[in-house]
Design a binder for this molecule. Structure first.
Ligand SMILES: Nc1ncnc2c1ncn2[C@@H]1O[C@H](COP(=O)(O)OP(=O)(O)OP(=O)(O)O)[C@@H](O)[C@H]1O
Length: 304
């Protein structure tokens, strides 16, 4: 791929006996928002650190625009680390100007860019304050500004949404969407799956150091088992138990969600529901990203 795609190919990493990453591969295309999700300890931060070159992989390669990422390319990546890496005693504006210059901008460019991001991220009234005196959410806005101030060609953000209030979530979302719309590949990790589902063009699910699914939520959903939602106001809990090929996911009696095994008969479910009285809704249900994620994690916990 010669365009501005970020490619992570068969990257592996061990910490002693712990296999943190086992041949992890995915790509983040130019102009897309890619959500990187996985349980605690699944390997997200390790992957991002390797992309940044903060950590060396044992095997595999990271490429940007078809070229192996090297020291030069890395200056074009905007990175928001999980352990926020700002200078606590430095003032917001000074900090951003300093970081922009560190990435090669002239003093004038650095000032203009820093002021632009301070304003866009709602930090204008804080620009003369020391970072350590800001609230955590505002420190996070500064951290995002620090990732953006040198006008990066790639954005790699480790849990940028954690701890933000709803308005800050909107600000962060808008900024990431705007960067993607400008052709920048944007990858971020998050445990807020509803947000990832809403925002991302594609997602990758990592489990114990292995990518178990990559694609748009629609694509991942298409591979998932069929679910039915049945509303039968007169039904009592347990009405769907024991139907062949049917697993009950949730059952409050009146409202039930079931999953069908391959080849199971949805009409048999309908017949059973009708036997309880009127059925006011009988619909196929698309699983949410949260449900897809739970299934992926549950598979891990089920011994083979
Ligand atoms: N410096 C280290 N030394 C030893 N093991 C480590 C080190 N850093 C990470 N690990 C291990 O590597 C694995 C992957 O960790 P990583 O931090 O990449 O996960 P994560 O997906 O970012 O988790 P979280 O969602 O909790 O931030 C875990 O088993 C972790 O304990």
């Amino acid at each position: 791929m010669a365009d501005n795609t970020l490619e992570i190919e068969r990257v592996s990493k061990r910490y002693g006996d712990v296999v943190a990453l086992d041949e992890v591969s995915f790509d983040v295309r130019a102009g897309e928002l890619f959500g990187f999700v996985g349980s605690n300890g699944a390997g997200k931060t390790t992957t991002m650190r390797i992309v940044l070159g903060v950590l060396a992989a044992d095997a595999g390669e990271v490429r940007f625009a078809g070229e192996a990422v090297d020291h030069q390319t890395r200056t074009r990546i905007g990175y928001m680390p999980e352990e926020r890496g700002l200078y606590p005693k430095m003032k917001v504006l000074d900090q951003l100007v300093y970081l922009a210059q560190l990435h090669g901008m002239s003093a004038n460019q650095a000032h203009a860019s820093a002021r632009n991001w301070i304003s866009r991220l709602g930090l204008a009234e804080r620009s003369g304050e020391e970072v350590q005196k800001l609230s955590l959410g505002n420190q996070q806005r500064v951290q995002l500004a620090a990732a953006l101030v040198h006008d990066p060609a790639v954005l790699v953000l480790d849990e940028p949404f954690s701890g933000l209030d709803p308005l800050a979530v909107d600000v962060m979302s808008d900024v990431l969407k705007a960067k993607a719309a400008n052709g920048v590949p944007v990858v971020f990790s998050s445990h807020q799956l509803d947000l990832v589902e809403r925002l991302c063009d594609r997602v990758g699910i990592i489990r114990s150091g292995r990518m178990v699914a990559t694609g748009s939520v629609g694509e991942l959903t298409a591979d998932a088992a069929v679910r039915l939602r049945i509303v039968a106001p007169g039904a009592t809990p347990g009405w769907a138990d024991g139907l062949p090929g049917v697993s009950v996911i949730s059952d409050s009696g009146a409202e039930t969600v079931v999953e069908l095994a391959a080849g199971a008969d949805d009409q048999a479910v309908l017949t059973a529901a009708l036997a309880t009285g009127p059925v006011t809704e009988f619909s196929r249900r698309t699983p949410s990203l949260t449900e897809l994620f739970r299934t992926a994690v549950a598979e891990e916990k089920t011994p083979a």
